[in-house]
Design a protein around this ligand. Structure first.
Ligand SMILES: C[S@@+](CC[C@H](N)C(=O)[O-])C[C@H]1O[C@@H](n2cnc3c(N)ncnc32)[C@H](O)[C@@H]1O
Length: 242
């Protein structure tokens, strides 16, 4: 088993399969960033599979595939299937911006991916274009629809609330997740160098208080600020990550 210097067991591995992304989110990538790695330095999909297998032998049970945008990497479905073949692996999840998901959702599910995090900061097309630098909302919504149809065990929508940019969309995002049975995962914007300095940080505790005015909230899965609306039939869970 892998343990850290404090004796804690490590059974979770995130694999970043590429540093490339088809979006340029204002809070994520510096404008005009050119420092991407060169393809000949990348581990091949087969090598990533061997690394994952080695970790599985050391007791890693949960894997997350991420990036950059992982669905830009050819062979990702094969990598998921290879991880799924390893004994002891209990969970494979994927974090994606959803632009390529309509093409791959079904195959990913078949390959053994159980859970998805899909990044979506607004349901307003111009707002998404403004944040990501790409008019991608229709494509992302197609991807989300395909993911729902493919039957993943859990779909989380990752939203980074930004003051005056998309923080007015929170109620609509809660309603969207409620309608579709998704979890809304609110991520506090992290300062990354000079990137996103134009955005005033939205602290999530006041957001939680605002939601408390509108919805019935109750603790969920032991997370300090996770909430659930349980009035009427519709339910969603809102989790906050800082
Ligand atoms: C870096 S992306 C990589 C995976 C994939 N391309 C995606 O968009 O989900 C993973 C998550 O990190 C979030 N993220 C990126 N930069 C961030 C920042 N500065 N603060 C908080 N969250 C950030 C994104 O919104 C996304 O939900």
């Amino acid at each position: 088993m892998l343990t850290d210097p404090f004796g804690r067991t490590v059974d979770y591995l995130r694999i970043s399969v590429t540093d490339r992304c088809d979006l340029r989110c204002t809070y994520c990538l510096p404008k005009g960033f050119k420092g991407f790695s060169i393809p000949k330095e990348w581990l091949t999909i087969e090598e990533l599979g061997r690394v994952a297998a080695a970790f599985a032998r050391l007791g890693t049970k949960r894997f997350r595939l991420t990036g950059g945008e992982p669905l830009l990497r050819k062979g990702l479905v094969d990598l998921a299937a290879e991880i799924n073949r390893q004994s002891g692996v209990e969970d494979i999840s994927l974090t994606t911006n959803g632009t390529q998901l309509d093409k791959h959702a079904h195959a990913l599910r078949q390959a053994g991916v159980r859970r998805l995090n899909i990044s979506l900061d607004s349901l307003r097309r111009d707002c998404v274009t403004n944040i990501t630098g790409s008019d991608c909302l229709p494509q992302v919504l197609d991807g989300i629809k395909a993911a729902k149809e493919a039957g993943f065990e859990r779909i989380k929508i990752n939203m980074v609330p930004l003051k005056g940019v998309n923080d007015m969309d929170l109620d609509e995002m809660v309603a969207f997740c409620m309608e579709h049975g998704f979890i809304l995962n609110l991520i506090e914007a992290m300062p990354m160098g000079t990137t996103g300095q134009a955005h005033a940080k939205v602290s999530l505790q006041p957001v939680l208080e605002e939601l408390r005015q509108k919805f019935d909230l109750s603790p969920f899965e032991g997370k300090s600020a996770a909430v659930r609306r349980a009035t009427g039939k519709a339910k969603t869970t809102v989790s906050l990550s800082a």
